[in-house]
Ligand binder design. Sequence first.
Ligand code: FAD
Ligand code: ZN
Length: 230
Amino acid sequence: PPGRKVLIVYAHQDPRSFNGSLKSIAEEELRKQGCSVTISDLYAMNFEPRATRSDIADCLLNPEEFNYGVEMWEAYKRGGLSSDLVEEQEKVQEADLLIFQFPLYWFSMPAIMKGWMDRVLVQGFAHEFPNCYDSGLLKNKLALFSFTTGGSREMYSKGSINGDIRYLLWPIQHGIMHFCGVKLLAPHICFAPEYVPEEKRREMLAAWAQRLKTLWKEEPIDCSPEWYFK
Ligand code: FAD
Ligand code: ZN
């Protein structure tokens, strides 16, 4: 609906890729609906994935013995984070929905996107014990993991060689997003775009465009162990 704000965090090196096409479809469809869409194109931004001392722009509490988590928490509270992180946190704060678009790398997200999680979702901003899971600081936001695989749907079914695709969603959906209070829409998975015929690729892209049309009517999943491991 008009006025909704969406942040697409996108990790692919090439705009002509299948992931690039999925990202463009979401951007186009959501804008057509009147949503405002912001894109963090991580490779194009040359986004720094490493969690280092440089993430604290002013001075360290304890330069002798560096504790990244503690330093980031304190830096966040006093407004001392590096500017690239402040920018990403502003985008997250603004957004009603976060869409993560990426190719599956080693049963997970590419390092550049994991680095975004490590560096942006700082304690004090995204969570602050006991404010985690349903009371995480980013509650009232939605997230959707949209990704592609090399393996086929059959290879990611329960009992087959890779196991159920849901097993690998546990750390990223529950361990990261739910931990920060974000509710999850069902993931959108395009299996093996490199290995299917052109016709099938077009179908997969059309299905994504179709899903986006009624996305705002969807209920979040029940992000509990049962959803993943039942
Ligand atoms: P692309 O190769 O870009 O796309 C496939 C085809 O679609 C291309 O021919 C492209 O031209 C075409 N295309 C693009 N846009 C359109 C369009 N609009 N219409 C029609 N066709 C289009 N896979 C796993 O399953 N599990 C893993 O653990 C895993 N780990 C990996 C680790 C690494 C380090 C790497 C590099 C890969 C890994 N993979 C894994 C494989 C990876 O997930 C796939 O290669 C990736 O998901 C494919 O997505 P893509 O966007 O790069 O595809
Ligand atoms: Zn959960």
